[in-house]
Design a protein around this ligand. Structure first.
Ligand code: FAD
Ligand code: NAI
Length: 473
């Protein structure tokens, strides 16, 4: 065994939480190593999550648009054919470019990239089993940051093979378009990946246990609107429906479902079944038991407000601990955890973390939903503005069914939440996040000039609607 190397910070996991923490720590002058077992940096997000799914969403949207939408724009096209192999190659190109980019950033900032599985062996000791199968190595660390992320929650009784019974990892890598796809779970993964395969020609049925799609955190009015839009695009929904199990036969899969309301059962045929019922923290092989670090009943590593476990120099960030499982949330925590180590203080504003669902149109939101505000008992105003009345959305003939919705404090006009369904909602929400960071009122936004003709005028007019009246509706 080689001699133990001493680091100020060793980060376990090279996803958005881990790699950002490692770069930040190195920038702060701390001697830093990052241990990653995947063989590539970027974690779930870059390798099998955010990036490949958005590549497929973008390109399947273009395909769908050429098939169904360009004719009335005055563009006649000939034979349109899907080349799925090439679409997957385009995806792989984006992924490999970005993961290599992080490797470059590690070099530039002087982060030691250790390829292997890290196990916490002692309070200051990480044993690494190298990816290439060589001798285990020991790293010594003054501080440890755990950023081991999450994995798909399995569905008991349906064994994942990533070919016919798949998680999102299989859903970004299918080699042919299934005729019939059943999606278990109408959350973000179900709707994004369901959209991809629906656009490419699958008959997609989404089975959701609850009475609304969108997963936790989506405003009820937005969820309803989104469901209506996706239904028009051809996706089918079975809400309030429980999946009881499935029969996997050689040429067909039968998914048995039961209505949560009246107990009526039926079987849905599928060629491919996507299990998208949430993700769970990943701590296998991490060695938490060696140092007595605890996880809660959902497997999340327990930490305090400074990201410390009960061993204060072992901190935890990202999907493997509390909070939204989002890449940008993990990144903010990576920065804050390092600042705690270096300076003794750090901060993440959990009230202003945006969520984006990259369907078409996109859904994006920040702050509280209307149902959450209502539950607090606080008096509130709603200001909403439809894209059907926005000049740019009309000019672009781009999905004018969505809207911008502001929820404000009736007394102070302070913004409590912003919800958008529309083209480019994911970019537009940044303005809302900034407004909330600065404690803005809807009047602040309503009196701010927005360029004409842009989609963001709908944002301004929704703000105007919250404290006064919009002009164009
Ligand atoms: P991860 O990205 O999961 O990284 C953890 C890393 O740690 C992994 O690479 C793993 O190999 C490594 N690791 C684990 N244990 C060890 C060990 N013992 N030793 C060494 N290495 C180890 N979020 C968004 O914000 N926007 C999106 O558009 C989005 N799209 C998504 C689409 C899909 C299909 C999925 C599945 C997720 C998506 N997410 C998205 C969520 C996002 O991917 C996660 O929130 C994010 O990756 C969490 O970052 P993390 O650093 O906490 O963990
Ligand atoms: P999710 O939590 O968003 O949605 C899961 C859905 O499945 C919920 O609506 C839930 O009610 C339903 N469900 C649970 N058990 C069920 C059952 N037995 N039968 C039927 N329905 C059931 O989880 P999802 O979609 O798997 O995504 C996991 C996480 O990944 C997200 O919460 C998000 O944090 C992250 N992600 C983020 C993306 C983005 O930011 N654009 C994209 C994809 C994933």
């Amino acid at each position: 065994e080689s001699e133990a190397e001493e680091h100020d910070v060793v980060v376990i996991g090279g996803g958005p939480g881990g790699y950002v923490a490692a770069i930040k720590a190195a920038q702060e002058g701390l001697k830093t190593a990052c241990v990653e077992k995947r063989g590539a940096l970027g974690g779930t997000c870059l390798n099998v999550g955010c990036i490949p799914s958005k590549s497929l969403l973008n390109n399947s949207h273009i395909y769908h648009q050429i098939l169904h939408d360009v004719k009335n724009r005055g563009i006649d096209v000939g034979d349109v054919k899907l080349n799925l192999t090439q679409m997957m190659k385009a995806k792989e190109q984006s992924v490999s470019g970005l993961t290599k980019g992080i490797e470059f950033l590690f070099k530039r900032n002087g982060v030691d990239y250790v390829k292997g599985t890290g196990t916490i062996a002692g309070e200051h000791e990480i044993r690494v089993s190298p990816l290439d199968g060589g001798e285990p190595q020991t790293l010594r660390a003054k501080n440890i940051i755990i950023a081991t992320g999450s994995e798909a929650t399995p569905f008991t009784g349906l064994e994942i093979d990533e070919k016919r019974i798949i998680t999102s990892t299989g859903a970004i890598a299918l080699t042919e378009v299934p005729e019939k796809m059943v999606v278990i779970g109408g959350g973000i993964i179900g709707l994004e990946m369901g959209s991809v395969w629906s656009r490419l020609g699958s008959e997609v049925t989404v089975v959701e246990y609850l009475g609304a799609i969108g997963g936790p955190g989506m405003d009820a009015e937005m969820a309803k609107t989104m469901q209506r839009i996706l239904q028009k695009q051809g996706m089918k929904f079975k809400l309030n429906t429980k999946v009881m199990g499935g029969d996997v036969e050689s040429d067909n899969i039968k998914i048995n479902v039961e209505s949560a309301k009246d107990g009526k059962s039926e079987a849905i045929d599928a060629d491919v079944v996507l299990v998208a019922i949430g993700r769970r923290p990943y701590t296998a092989g991490l060695g938490l038991e060696n140092v007595g670090i605890e996880v809660d009943e959902r497997g999340r590593i327990v930490i305090d407000q400074e990201y410390r476990t009960k061993i204060p120099h072992i901190r935890v960030i990202g999907d493997v601990t509390f909070g939204a499982m989002l890449a940008h949330k993990a990144e903010e925590e990576g920065i804050a955890a390092v600042e705690y180590i270096k300076k003794g203080y750090g901060h993440v504003n959990y009230g202003a973390i945006p969520s984006v669902m990259y369907t078409h149109p996109e859904a994006a939101w920040v702050g509280q939903t209307e149902q959450e505000v209502k539950a607090t008992g606080k008096a509130y105003n709603i200001g909403s503005f439809p894209f059907s009345a926005n000049s740019r959305a009309k000019t672009n003939l781009d999905n004018t069914e969505g809207m911008v919705k502001f929820i404000t404090d009736k007394e102070t006009d302070r913004i409590l939440g912003i919800h958008i369904i529309g083209p480019n909602a994911g970019e537009m929400i940044a303005e809302g996040v900034l407004a909330m960071e600065y404690g803005a009122s809807s009047e602040d936004i309503g009196r701010t000039s927005h360029a004409h003709p842009t989609l963001s005028e709908a944002f301004k007019e929704a703000a105007m609607a919250a404290f006064s009246k919009p002009i164009h509706a």
